[in-house]
Design a protein around this ligand. Structure first.
Ligand code: AHG
Ligand code: MN
Ligand code: MN
Length: 357
């Protein structure tokens, strides 16, 4: 057993709090409870095949996607960990059409919790890595209980973001704006222990992740960019490896540790995904914050995802996230080749939220 100092995530979060003298411990408590929720969800994902948690439920979400039983289970666990704590003024989940209000019998607090309870749902029944994504905004409006104005804030204003990847091991990764830290679940101890300190994208990327099954729908700029990743743009170009497993968290995590880029582009020919598939509020903002903290960058093809002004809770956003040089190359290809797509996307991107009218 290595004599390496054992730092649990709870202790690490406490230590991070010391950097915020005005911190009251409420925010710390939220992060610690996310770790507890992660342990509980991990326990169920590891045995979903043995319990009645595999397969689809008989309901669908606002995207028209059939909800998996584990989607609903994870969603309920995270709700139950937060709704009665007096820490949040509102919550929002990928699996709920509207804001999740704090029940009137409980106090409200100064934070907003946004979460994708189970990411990569299509992989649940085939034992491939899945994840959970969350982010925390601070209350913004003067309303007593949370409003859409408190939720639809730009990613630049995030206080914290994190994800859990239920893979060969279960890891929780988070940032509060002072670097990215990874914790590995020691199942025997039941503790997340610090295993990755101040994660940074390696200088040299190794992988690119995109669903090649959608190639016929790609815009000219995306096609051009993918060719550069494949080393087809010039005789001396070095191709990157292609890895895409259909769980954003797992693809993002591998690319952050090994270097690379995850791409889910928008297109105008595929009717149901005109502006990509990723959800700005439940996936893209959180991973963009983490990527930035790890020296990377996340763009919607036009600019920094953290600058995109949200206009609706379930807003989609094209996503290019990873090594900054690669993401900026994607932006250049889109600027040069995708005027038609830009003319259609920009009005959607620049729509103002209802509460601004
Ligand atoms: P979710 O399971 O939360 O709906 O997310 C699935 C997302 C993301 O995890 C993954 O990268 C992407 O969908 C895969 O989409 P395609 O199957 O269209 O490639
Ligand atoms: Mn997801
Ligand atoms: Mn999901």
């Amino acid at each position: 057993m290595s004599s390496k100092k054992l730092i649990t995530i709870e202790r690490h979060i406490q230590e991070q709090q010391r950097a915020y003298p005005q911190a009251t411990g409420v925010f710390t408590g939220m992060l610690q409870d996310m770790a507890l929720a992660a342990k509980f969800i991990a326990q169920q994902t590891q045995r979903a095949g043995l319990s009645d948690l595999l397969g689809a439920s008989d309901t669908s979400n606002v995207y028209g996607e059939r909800q998996q039983k584990l989607d609903l289970f994870a969603d309920q666990v995270i709700y139950n960990m937060n709704h009665d704590t007096g820490r949040v003024c509102a919550m929002a989940s990928e699996e709920h059409d509207d804001l999740i209000d704090v029940p009137v019998e409980y106090d409200t607090g100064n934070y907003v919790l946004l979460y994708d309870p189970l990411d990569g749902s299509s992989n649940i029944d085939v034992n491939v890595s899945i994840g959970t994504i969350f982010s925390i905004h601070s209350k913004f409006s003067r309303a007593e209980r949370g409003t859409m104005e408190d939720v639809l804030q730009r990613g630049k204003r995030l206080l914290a973001a994190g994800y859990v990847v239920y893979g060969s091991s279960t890891m929780m990764v988070y940032t509060t704006g002072r670097g990215v830290f990874g914790f590995t679940l020691d199942v025997g101890l039941g503790e997340f222990l610090l295993s990755h300190e101040l994660i940074r994208f390696p200088e040299q990327p190794a992988y690119y992740s995109i669903n090649h099954g959608n190639a016929r729908y790609w815009t000219p700029g995306v096609k051009r960019f993918v060719e550069t990743l494949q080393g087809l743009d010039a005789p001396q170009s070095r191709p990157l490896g292609n890895r895409y497993i259909g769980s954003l968290v797992a693809d993002f995590h591998r690319n952050m540790l090994k270097g690379g880029i995850f791409i889910y582009p928008g297109d105008l020919t595929e009717p149901e995904k005109p502006y990509g598939k990723m959800r700005l509020m439940f996936e893209a903002q959180a991973l963009a914050f983490i990527a930035e903290q790890a020296g990377g960058y996340a763009s919607d093809g036009v600019g920094d995802i953290l600058d995109v002004r949200p206009h609706s809770l379930h807003q989609r956003v094209p996503m290019f996230v990873g090594n900054r040089a690669l993401v900026e190359k994607a932006e250049a290809c889109i600027r040069e080749h995708d005027q038609a797509w830009l003319e259609a996307y920009l009005p959607y991107r620049n729509t103002r939220a209802a509460f601004f009218s």
